[in-house]
Design a protein around this ligand. Structure first.
Ligand SMILES: Nc1nc2c(ncn2[C@@H]2O[C@H](COP(=O)(O)OP(=O)(O)OP(=O)(O)O)[C@@H](O)[C@H]2O)c(=O)[nH]1
Length: 456
């Protein structure tokens, strides 16, 4: 995988993508909240600005028309000229107010019949006020006659009626505004509930996104690292357990670790092999592969310490070996030693020990039941070597024989079993006896087995 592609599918890139998605969702939610609040604010403002104002105007208009009614009464009933004049001024003022309050009401209304009625009543009121003003001036000037007085009364009564009509219209308008207000209030509530639901859904989505991103990191990052840690903490690490699926830095880390573990394990195997070779060389003869003197001593002590049965100790010496070396050279001499070692050990059992003590001299330690048994085993060993000449080049046989000095180590008794010094002493004594027997075998003509008893 190229470095650029690795970067794109790496942990940093994934973290950036997931965090951006969550942040984007959070931003959308904030935007929605802002918009929802903005809409609610607009609706409430519209309610308070237009509808409530309209309602207030209706109420004020109703008040104005009511005072119009009482002013009309004053105009009709008052005998005092000043009071009538003041009532007319007040009435003109009220009329102006009615005009001011009516306009926004009418412009905000969609009910054409209502608008026509209010406008009609307004015009009638205007006419009446103008006529009343004219009639009252005539009365002040003293030019008013009975017909004028009747007209004043008539116009005032009409004003009362118009005011009543306006009052009813305003009441009707106030009621329609109120029902519109309550309908808008309901819509506001429904809208607020919808916004709450939307917000709850988005908040749930955001929460799910956060949980999913947490799960993603748990499964794709934390668990894979944990698996690697578990694989590494096992006593015997299997590099295959360090394989991780994916295309990110964790895979690279796992591959690096796997290579590292494999290198360490290969190193350990090499060291183990070297250690085993060294351990083998420390206890074995490098030429023949037989146990060396040191290993023989330890193994002999272990066998003796078992105290199970007597042991036959035999020193096996190749006859006229110097002649082999001198005639055929040292290399053939070495091969002859390997040949003798192989044939000597081929007839031995698992418990028997055969060691090379140096030069052409071998020592065997064999568990036996009786002296006769020991004699038979050594005779067989001697005969095996005699009967298997070593092949030189071009199929020329080289006969080899061995002389064997044999003795038996009796079963140690009592404390001697657990005392390495006493065991070693028994072995050394036996070695001396066997050596003497070997000497006798050589002296008697070689290719012989000579036995020394424990007492000799
Ligand atoms: N090729 C070879 N020769 C060895 C080795 N160790 C000792 N020798 C030779 O073995 C010969 C032993 O000779 P001697 O001790 O005289 O005994 P021999 O010639 O076998 O005579 P007898 O034991 O009396 O039959 C010597 O010439 C040593 O140099 C070895 O590891 N390899």
């Amino acid at each position: 995988m190229s470095r650029a592609r690795r970067r794109l599918s790496g942990l940093t890139a994934r973290t950036v993508v997931i965090t951006s998605l969550v942040a984007l969702m959070a931003f959308c939610i904030l935007l929605l909240i802002g918009q929802a609040f903005g809409r609610l604010h607009d609706q409430v403002e519209r309610l308070t600005r237009s509808d409530l104002e309209r309602l207030m105007s209706s109420v004020r208009l109703a008040q104005q028309t009511e005072s119009l009614v009482s002013l009309g009464l004053i105009l009709v009933q008052s005998e005092n000229h000043g009071d009538r004049r003041a009532a007319l001024v007040e009435l003109t003022d009220r009329f102006r107010w009615i005009g001011k309050l009516t306009e926004p009401l009418l412009s905000g209304s969609t009910d054409a019949e209502f608008v026509a009625k209010v406008r009609g009543a307004g015009r009638q009121l205007e006419d009446n006020v103008a006529e009343l003003d004219r009639l009252l001036r005539r009365r002040i000037d003293g030019a008013a006659d009975a017909a004028d007085l009747a007209a004043i009364r008539q116009r005032s009564l009409e004003n009362r009626e118009i005011a009543g009509t306006l009052s009813v219209l305003m009441g009707y308008d106030a009621a329609s505004v109120r029902s519109e207000l309550s309908a808008q209030g309901r819509r506001l509530q429904e809208d607020a509930a919808l916004q709450r639901r939307n917000l709850a859904v988005f908040a749930a989505l955001l929460l799910a996104a956060v949980i999913l991103s947490g799960l993603y990191f748990e499964v794709h990052v934390v668990r894979r690292i944990q698996r690697m840690r578990q694989a590494l903490s096992r006593g015997d690490v299997d590099p295959q357990d360090l394989r991780v699926v994916g295309r990110d830095e964790i895979v690279e880390l796992a591959e690096t670790m796997r290579g590292y573990v494999e290198r360490i394990q290969a190193q350990e195997a090499r060291m183990q092999k070297a250690h085993e070779e060294l351990a083998f060389l420390a206890e074995h003869d490098p030429l023949t592969g037989l146990a060396n003197r040191r290993h023989f001593a330890a193994a002999a002590q272990r066998l003796l310490a078992r105290g199970a049965q007597p042991l036959c100790l035999a020193i096996v010496d190749v006859d006229h070996f110097k002649r082999v070396n001198d005639t055929h050279g040292h290399e053939v001499g070495d091969r002859a030693l390997v040949h003798v070692a192989a044939h000597a050990s081929s007839g031995l059992r698992a418990d028997d020990i055969l060691a090379r003590f140096g030069g052409e001299e071998f020592v065997a330690l064999l568990p036996v039941r009786t002296l006769d048994d020991a004699q038979r085993v050594c005779d067989a060993l001697r005969a095996r070597i005699e009967g298997a000449p070593m092949m030189l080049g071009a199929g020329r046989p080289l006969s080899l024989t061995v002389s064997i000095g044999l003795t038996v180590i009796p079963v140690p008794r009592g404390d001697a079993l657990d005392d390495p010094e006493q065991l070693e002493q028994l072995i050394q004594q036996a070695m001396r006896r066997a050596d003497a027997s070997l000497y006798a075998a050589k002296a008697d003509g070689r290719n012989l087995v000579r036995l020394a008893t424990a007492e000799s």
